[in-house]
Write a protein that binds this ligand. Structure first.
Ligand SMILES: [Mg+2]
Length: 385
């Protein structure tokens, strides 16, 4: 993998192939326009996203570099000893810290639709969702690598808007672009690899839950799935300001909450909710070799208006089975719950149940009647958008 550099006078030269025979950089991966490909494109796509002038890989990399050159997130990431501009980036871990590594696919047709999802939301979300895994460990993000494949039709305005959203997320979450790779492909494929840090020995794992611990979630569950459903059903363009679709399009990883819970040593286990409570809680329980009882009435869920409810979307089902919430699920020993406030930076912290030693997961209705917990959340091998 080759990386790009934002620094120094080397510019993008390192991105160029070392020789004409360098695999993947000349020939099949180049971005020059091909007339026969363009002719097959829907005219709307052509007009909307076609580059104004022919693109090649170097010009694309120059645009990425320029977009991130003045990034404040770079200044906030002294751990990146060498960023874009050489064959690889250099990361300098802080003494006393462990490095967290995580990567996340974000793929057209599986995770987003190019004709429904705004390009800047795609840019924001591909980083935000990867950062959620750093939040789940109680860590702090430092830098990320971007792997991007896209068609030449989207190497113009679409790419500019995508980079705008990605750059905003990079600033917002103080996570610098350290490098990456690009190639041409019919579909848009994005992979983000994030490097984070956590004090040595203090990362919060999924495996620490103990019988008797209280089970908490942050925020409100099902909002992102609800926003997705509305987005798929709407006919007009998507507004960035819509509060209903914001959580689906522009999720905010709970980095500050995860770091605070770690610092105060309040939690025994933690994970982020990316696939829905019904799919993610069993993973935490299995990792900790415990069971859990969840009270249905306590699950914080999306609030919808009556007309929407009549369309058959049950807020509880959205909360249990909807993905993309990027809230935190964590366990707190009963003696420490008094140190938790009801909210953290505007997000509710809600006790929804208790960890048990019985190795089964139960949902308790408002009368205390138990039913089995059925995992029916997001699964990329089972479900598409
Ligand atoms: Mg996760």
């Amino acid at each position: 993998m080759q990386t790009c550099s934002l620094s120094g006078s080397t510019g993008w030269s390192i991105w160029a192939p070392k020789s004409a025979s360098s695999a993947g950089w000349v020939g099949k991966n180049h971005y020059s326009m091909r007339r026969q490909t363009v002719a097959r494109l829907p005219i709307g796509v052509f007009r909307q996203f076609m580059p104004l002038k022919p693109q090649n890989e170097n010009s694309i990399l120059s645009r990425i570099s320029a977009r991130f050159r003045s990034s404040r997130s770079r200044a906030a990431a002294p751990s990146v000893a060498l960023g874009i501009g050489d064959d690889a980036a250099l990361f300098r871990p802080k003494p006393g810290f462990e490095t967290i590594l995580t990567c996340d696919w974000f793929i057209e047709g599986t995770h987003f639709l190019r004709d429904r999802h705004p390009p800047d939301a795609v840019g924001w979300k591909c980083l935000a969702r990867a950062l959620s895994d750093i939040a789940a460990m109680g860590g702090t993000p430092r830098c990320f690598l971007l792997s991007l494949a896209l068609p030449e039709t989207h190497a113009g305005r679409w790419l500019n808007l995508f980079l705008g959203g990605l750059n905003r997320a990079s600033h917002r979450f103080r996570c610098a672009l350290a490098g990456g790779d690009t190639t041409r492909r019919r579909e848009i494929l994005i992979n983000v690899a994030v490097v984070g840090e956590v004090p040595t020995g203090h990362a919060v794992l999924r495996s620490g839950a103990q019988p008797g611990d209280i089970l908490y979630v942050s925020g409100s569950l099902g909002e992102a799935e609800f926003g997705l459903q509305l987005l798929l059903r709407s006919k007009g363009p998507t507004s960035r300001r819509s509060s209903v679709t914001r959580k689906h399009l522009y999720p905010e990883p709970r980095l500050a909450l995860g770091q605070w819970l770690l610092k105060k040593r309040l939690v025994t286990s933690m994970m982020d909710l990316s696939d829905g409570l019904s799919s993610d809680l069993p993973r935490l329980a299995a990792a900790s070799s415990v069971g859990a009882r969840v009270e249905v009435a306590k699950i914080p869920r999306v609030r919808t208006s009556a007309p929407v409810l009549k369309q058959g979307r049950d807020p509880l089902q959205l909360a249990l089975y909807g993905g993309d919430d990027y809230e935190l699920l964590f366990t707190v020993p009963p003696g420490k719950t008094e140190f938790l406030s009801r909210t953290f930076q505007g997000a509710a912290l809600t006790a929804i149940g208790k960890i048990t030693g019985e190795r089964n997961l139960l949902l308790l209705d408002e009368h205390g009647r138990p039913s089995d917990f059925v995992a029916r959340g997001w699964d990329p091998f089972r479900k598409k958008l």
